[in-house]
Ligand binder design. Structure first.
Ligand SMILES: *[C@@H]1O[C@H](CO)[C@@H](O)[C@H](O)[C@H]1NC(C)=O
Ligand SMILES: *[C@@H]1O[C@H](CO)[C@@H](O)[C@H](O)[C@H]1NC(C)=O
Ligand SMILES: *[C@@H]1O[C@H](CO)[C@@H](O)[C@H](O)[C@H]1NC(C)=O
Length: 326
């Protein structure tokens, strides 16, 4: 314990940040959560509960089962004003993100006005579900910076806290991992569970170095979120093709078969939109390996929405990866 604390102090300098858009919004979310959560969750679970109530006893609470938490990580390629002001494009992005209970966006570049995230947020709220938003600061060593943003469906997932990893002592990461912890209804049992989602958009040319560091950052972060039953790191890890050879993949702890981490996306997956590339850049890795996850895959929105390759590329050069947490 003492050793761990010493290590933590020496290498990490965790600075706790709960970055939300202004106090007003925070209290707005809190109030909305108090008022809306019971209403929304009873709405979204209505069909299921009817089913359960019909087929089981009269005590619906004791037998209620919840659908798994549907999660995605999406490198949305330079999401800023020009993208969010294109109504057709924004509608497609809303269509993608509103599939999920929790969606991590990477490459948010909304620095000048802050309007892009707000437009997207409004678009999501207009789908009929209320969404929450939490995001990191702008991250990056040079003047080129990006933001991580989590949108979450209020009622399905409730934000408890965030953590910005600080690696200034060693400066391993171009964009230091940013973690959001949520409570959600597990499919197993009736109590809410906690889980932490860690965002990482690795620097392409330093993917190996950053990914080698990831296990210890995940462990330390889970240690911080001590009520979470697990942590899932996700995002564009640039973990393939010219940035990460097969040999290097084999050296990484996050990809060890039967190790203490569980890699959710196959090395053979293609998370790129371009038909000329076949790279499993975007990944998700769970720790410990006992975290219950199913249906992990790439969401090919080009196919799902019947888009041409050119239309799909306007949305992003990456497909989201998605999975369900039990
Ligand atoms: C979206 O809905 C949430 C919950 O009602 C609210 O707190 C938030 O302000 C809304 N966002 C926008 C941009 O209107
Ligand atoms: C409702 O019950 C039927 C039959 O038992 C089952 O096949 C179906 O998956 C259930 N639907 C839901 C939403 O649980
Ligand atoms: C992983 O574990 C499974 C089940 O115990 C076993 O069948 C498989 O051979 C193991 N794979 C490796 C690479 O150790």
């Amino acid at each position: 314990m003492d050793i761990l604390r010493a290590v933590k102090n020496k290498h990490c300098n965790y600075s706790k940040t709960a970055m939300m858009i202004g106090g007003a919004v925070v209290s707005g979310i809190v109030i909305a959560t108090i008022i809306l959560v019971p209403v929304l969750s009873s709405m979204s679970k209505k069909n299921y509960q009817n089913n359960v109530t019909r087929s089981h006893s009269s005590d619906s609470h004791a037998t209620t089962q919840h659908p798994p938490l549907f999660v995605a990580a999406f490198n949305i390629k330079s999401f800023g004003d020009s993208k969010s002001q294109n109504k057709l494009l924004l509608r497609k992005i809303v269509q993608i993100i509103s599939r999920y209970d929790v969606a991590l966006l990477q490459e948010v570049r909304d620095q000048t006005s802050g309007k892009a995230l707000k437009n997207l947020w409004q678009g999501l709220n207009a789908t009929g579900s209320a969404y929450g938003l939490v995001h990191s600061k702008y991250l990056g060593r040079s003047s080129y910076k990006e933001q991580y943003a989590f949108f979450y469906r209020i009622g399905s997932a409730e934000l408890t806290d965030t953590l910005q990893y600080d690696d200034s002592a060693h400066d391993i990461f171009e964009r230091e991992p940013y973690t959001a912890e949520f409570t959600y209804y597990s499919t197993k049992g009736k109590r809410r569970k906690r889980i932490a989602f860690m965002a990482l958009h690795a620097k392409p040319k330093e993917a190996k170095r950053e990914l080698k560091e990831l296990p210890s950052v995940m462990k330390l972060t889970l240690n911080h979120f001590r009520h979470s039953h697990g942590i899932i790191a996700m995002g564009d890890f640039n973990a393939d093709c010219s940035y990460l050879s097969n040999k290097r993949k084999g050296d990484l702890e996050i990809f060890k078969v039967n190790g203490s981490f569980k890699s959710l996306i196959d090395h053979s997956a293609d998370t790129t939109v371009a038909s000329t590339t076949d790279c499993a850049y975007d990944r998700a890795v769970a720790y410990p390996n006992s975290v219950g996850v199913m249906d992990a895959k790439v969401f090919d929105f080009q196919k799902a929405f019947h888009l041409s390759e050119a239309e799909a590329k306007k949305v992003s050069d990456h497909f989201p990866i998605e999975f369900k947490v039990l």
